[in-house]
Design a protein around this ligand. Structure first.
Ligand code: ASP
Length: 304
């Protein structure tokens, strides 16, 4: 399963834009299935899918990352292996084309789970990862989006109805989760964060248990939406715990997780979930969430 963000997504009323998103999701899902059909693991499949999503400027990750309050890109990403709960994460990095691949290197080539900012960049250099120039990230759309967000921020300060303003935003993070034929689960999430965020702000995406989680005993989860809501509810681990402790399947645990998210913090966003039996599920509280799934020998399904 993959997702490409949650939010109002009002622009997808335009058929051309909707088609563009769905085609990208379909192509990437098929690639993920190919990886596993050729013997690749769930971990390799999620890394491959997340990398392709990062390479597509339509999504808020990698080259399409949104800009922070200073007009700069600061990306977060994580990857987790359900076989042994090993995980790697990076936060507040720039000049890296595929942050998910750096997260994977943190997992496999360091003794740590998370590296941030300058330290993460030094580690990238140490691993021989190429740095890409700043203009790799700046699209006209992102600059315009930041201009609007800055204006709205001004309005929002004087405005009571913050709900309406925030729903207007598209939280376009990407995520990929998979179960391979051996029953191994894996998850990856990658993002540019939220438009006009404060410099140094880290969201849920690189936080194990919040924006990403995988455990062969329960499920794989990737979240997208207002990161602070997911960090406060540790939503991905909460969904996993519902499975472990209440013996729920993907659909039931997703519904229980979304109910918890809404009841506790009025959370805005959504999740994709695959359980240990390979059942797929999704849930979201925003108007839409771009997502899709593919099964061995089955058709691709893509939805908003
Ligand atoms: N969850 C991400 C964050 O808060 C944003 C998103 O999902 O688009 O950084």
């Amino acid at each position: 399963m993959v997702h490409g963000g949650a939010g109002a997504l009002d622009n997808v009323k335009d058929d051309k834009i909707a088609f563009r998103y769905l085609e990208s999701i379909r192509r990437i899902l098929e690639h993920g299935r190919d990886v596993m059909e050729l013997g690749g693991s769930a971990l390799q499949a999620v890394e491959a899918c997340a990398s392709l999503l990062e390479d597509d400027p339509a999504f808020n990750a990698g080259c399409g990352s949104v800009l922070n309050e200073n007009g700069k890109v600061e990306m977060d990403a994580a990857i987790m292996d359900g076989r042994d709960l090993s995980a790697g994460a990076i936060a507040a990095v720039d000049n890296i084309a595929n942050p998910v691949q750096l997260a994977r290197l943190v997992m496999t080539e360091s003794e740590h789970v998370m590296l941030i900012s300058e330290g993460a960049m030094r580690f990238a250099d140490h691993c021989g990862m190429e740095r890409v120039p700043e203009d790799y990230f700046y699209t006209a759309d992102r600059v315009e989006q930041l201009r609007k967000a800055r204006l709205k921020h001004k309005v929002m300060l004087d405005h009571d109805d913050t709900e309406e303003d925030s729903e207007d935003q598209k939280y376009g993070t990407i995520g990929a989760i998979a179960r391979d034929p051996k029953g191994n689960l894996a998850a990856a999430t990658s993002t540019g964060g939220i438009v006009n965020k404060r410099m140094g702000r880290v969201g849920d995406s690189p936080i194990v248990g919040a924006g990403v989680y995988a455990d062969n005993e329960t499920c794989a989860v990737s979240a997208t939406g207002f990161g602070e809501d997911f960090m406060r509810t540790v939503i991905s681990k909460t969904i996993s715990d519902f499975m472990l402790m209440k013996d729920l399947d993907a659909k039931q645990a997703t519904a229980a997780g979304i109910e918890y998210l809404v009841r506790k913090v009025k959370g805005r966003g959504g999740v994709i979930v695959i359980d240990r039996d390979g059942k797929c599920s999704s849930g979201f509280t925003t108007k839409k969430m771009i997502h899709g799934w593919i099964e061995k020998g089955g058709e691709t399904t893509c939805r908003f």
